[in-house]
Design a binder for this molecule. Structure first.
Ligand SMILES: O=C(O)C(=O)[C@@H](O)CO
Ligand SMILES: [Mg+2]
Length: 258
């Protein structure tokens, strides 16, 4: 039986962030993920989880200046001190919220840049973060993101992420397979999932190409859910999609899949 987590950055946007926890619990979710908790104190977010009997299963390290267009700093040379401070901050939140894993966004790289330098920076930051997180039994996740939505993003394919993960060599580094991004960049979803199964720490879903409910579009999600069950996937499936209308009105797929 697949375990679905509501993504509170994209879902339940009819409510302010704190009220999304209650809305997700009412809709039947037992877990949530979100991009960033940092606008709120760790104790506040922990309280919203507790009041609604929800687990938090994922959030991201601080991403640099998001409002200015930055999308992570893990691969950016010269930003190492900021990256390390972000790891410390994320650990503080993860411990307060009981979150088992955090995602490290790589960042956008200028087209004319020295790719080797960005790769080296990314690997060194990955090593640092993995070791710090391991002290608290936390996992580090890497997520390939499609270049149509995020032109210039450093990490784009499952194979690239697994190659970097293996090169880093830290056992608590896993890869996130977001089926939306993977379909846009690579296709061959079932075989790719099976190939990398042992090192996939988290999955996410949305219809392709519109990133709405996973009940429409070019990917057959009932088939994917069945495959995950058959493979014995123990992780969560993050519902990282933009509801077409009111979130609750688009949850027939969730009730059918649970
Ligand atoms: O865009 C995605 O897909 C993500 O998961 C981002 O929210 C980065 O975590
Ligand atoms: Mg994603």
């Amino acid at each position: 039986m697949p375990k679905f987590a509501a993504n509170l950055t994209m879902m339940f946007n009819e409510h302010e962030f704190p009220a999304r926890f209650t809305a997700a619990a009412k809709a039947g979710f037992e877990a949530v993920e979100f991009l960033f908790p940092y606008d709120y104190a760790p104790t506040e977010v922990a309280q919203w989880l507790k009041e609604n009997n929800l687990k938090n299963i994922l959030f991201n390290l601080p991403p640099g200046d998001w409002a200015a267009g930055e999308r992570g700093i893990a691969a950016l040379p010269g930003r190492e001190d900021e990256f390390r401070a972000g790891v410390t901050k994320a650990i503080e939140y993860a411990l307060a919220l009981g979150t088992p894993q955090v995602h490290m966004m790589a960042g956008l790289i200028p087209s004319s840049s020295d790719l080797a330098l960005y790769r080296k920076t990314y690997l060194a930051n990955m090593k640092f973060a993995a070791k710090e997180l391991a002290k608290h039994k936390l996992n580090l996740l890497l997520e390939p993101i499609n270049t149509r939505d995020m032109p210039g993003y450093f990490l784009n394919t499952q194979a690239q992420a697994h190659e970097l993960r293996a090169e880093c060599g830290e056992p608590n580094v896993k890869v996130q397979m977001d089926f939306y991004h993977a379909q846009i960049m690579e296709g061959d979803l079932a075989m790719t999932f099976k190939k990398f199964f042992n090192d996939i720490g988290h999955t996410q879903i949305a219809s392709v190409p519109n990133r709405n409910e996973p009940d429409d579009g070019e990917v057959n999600f009932p088939f994917i859910f069945k495959m995950l069950d058959e493979m014995g996937y123990q992780g969560w499936i993050g519902c990282e999609y933009r509801p077409k209308g009111k979130t609750e009105d688009g949850l027939a797929w969730f009730k059918a899949a649970k």
